[in-house]
Ligand binder design. Structure first.
Ligand SMILES: [Zn+2]
Length: 462
């Protein structure tokens, strides 16, 4: 019998536009941002600003740091601001030694600098955090330096300065210098360049260094995997776990058939966390995501695999749902997070019905847990920086979706489930008041009658 685990091992971070989120205590607060509210550029042909471009090179022998140059468009002599967008979400800037030519730029706030009107190119250094094996919480979205082999994970939200007021996407090129190796982004942008997403979209991650990705075709996607420890990732069978989760979720949320091939490339970066740390997270970008996998003692292997699959499937749900949402306005945080968590757990249930999977599921889905506030009220509290609300999106929210799913299955005699209603929900506009869209509620009433209103009243409220 596997003991029930505290639910706080799951830290999730997907980037949002200006939303800082915190998974609650008991342990020190870890900044989280969520891309529930990010608009994916997926199907929009956003213009690339040809005048703004990033180039990255390594510094030191062996390489210790990244040096990044950004060319700026002409601006008729106006002063401009450059900022790391992750600071608005509670993340820590990793930029230092910012200069225009030889002149240091003035910093006017955390992660924010002022560039004189005459400046057309700025350079800065990024001090990537050196990785101690098993001790990285990826929800902090830091740029990282791995050794043996040596490679960098470059995190856009903490390490790339963005031109304030210019939301357009850009491009990034890498010269790895003495690393003489690959550079890898999520989405190619032609001529050896990678896309840097619009600031309206979820951020992106890049891999630079002596490391080879492995590639798998899964459904409509081509997935490139990079791991901190490929042998350990193999032993844990993580690629197969991800493949199962992705295949299941693609059946629920098939991407648009006309999606161009470059938009169907995903980058998955695995970084292990030792289960004695008790924390693991994920961070989903628009086409790349970084996920903690849990490793440790042999006796907890099944539980670690169940936790890892849940994190992966949660992040993967976000990416697929944003592919469907395209440029629609973001859903409230409660809705995006609770659905991602429920489908993370549902993917887990598809893969395993063993005691570890049951234990992880029970950490979140618990119909006997008291409900003190509806999810809409919790969303308001979360927006007002109440740190206790976010966890309930995972727990109360997943419990709500599980109750709906069970009701639809029961009423239809097992022929239908929540899966058949979710794609249409994801293609709808959010409501002003943070509740579920009226058309979706009507559909639910057709499926499960008055149970709809009972469940809405208990879990969602107003
Ligand atoms: Zn999430």
């Amino acid at each position: 019998m596997i003991a029930r685990q505290p639910a706080n091992w799951l830290l999730h971070a997907t980037p949002a536009r200006g939303l800082a989120q915190h998974l609650p205590p008991p342990t020190p607060t870890i900044p989280l941002v969520c891309f529930t509210s990010a608009l994916l550029l997926s199907l929009q042909a956003l213009p690339t600003n040809a005048e703004t471009a990033y180039s990255v090179k390594t510094a030191g022998a062996p390489p210790q740091e990244l040096i990044i140059a950004l060319t700026l468009p002409s601006n008729e002599g106006q002063v401009r601001k450059l900022a790391v967008r992750g600071t608005a979400w509670g993340l820590e800037s990793q930029v230092h030694s910012l200069r225009c030519g030889k002149t240091p730029l003035r910093q006017d706030a955390a992660g924010s600098w002022v560039a004189p009107g005459s400046c057309h190119m700025v350079t800065w250094h990024v001090s990537a955090k050196r990785v101690r094996d098993g001790a990285v919480d990826v929800s902090k979205q830091a740029s990282l330096l791995f050794e043996n082999p040596r490679w960098f994970l470059l995190s856009e939200p903490t390490s790339l300065l963005r031109l304030v007021g210019d939301s357009r996407q850009s491009t990034l090129t890498v010269s790895a210098g003495s690393l003489q190796s690959i550079d890898l982004g999520a989405t190619p942008a032609g001529k050896g360049r990678w896309r840097v997403p619009s600031t309206n979209n979820a951020p992106e991650f890049y891999v630079i260094g002596n490391i080879k990705p492995r590639t798998r075709s899964i459904g409509p996607f081509q997935v490139r995997y990079v791991a901190d420890n490929p042998g350990r990732v193999d032993r844990l069978g993580l690629e197969a776990i991800h493949e199962r989760a992705l295949q299941y979720l693609v059946r629920v949320l098939p991407p648009p058939a006309a999606l161009p091939i470059d938009e169907r490339m995903l980058l998955v970066v695995w970084i292990g966390t030792d289960d004695r740390h008790g924390r693991a997270g994920g961070s989903a970008g628009s086409r790349s995501f970084v996920a903690n996998y849990v490793f440790g003692r042999a006796e907890t292997e099944a539980l670690n695999a169940a936790r890892t699959l849940t994190i992966l499937a949660h992040e993967q749900f976000h990416q697929l749902s944003d592919l469907l949402r395209g440029s629609l306005q973001p859903f409230p945080v409660w809705l995006g997070e609770s659905l991602a968590q429920y489908y993370g757990l549902k993917a887990l249930a598809q893969a395993s019905s063993g005691p570890a999977a049951t234990s992880v599921r029970a950490n979140f889905i618990d119909p006997t847990r008291p409900v003190n506030f509806g999810l809409v009220e919790l969303n308001r509290r979360h927006a007002a920086k109440d740190p206790s609300a976010y966890r309930l999106f995972y727990e109360q929210g997943a419990t709500f979706w599980a109750a709906l799913d069970t009701a639809v299955l029961a009423r239809s005699g097992g022929t239908r489930s929540l899966d058949s209603l979710i794609p249409e929900l994801l293609r709808s506009n959010p409501t002003e008041d943070g509740k579920l869209p009226a058309e979706f509620i009507d559909k639910l009433r057709l499926e499960i009658g008055s149970q709809t209103d009972e469940l809405l009243s208990k879990y969602v409220g107003d």
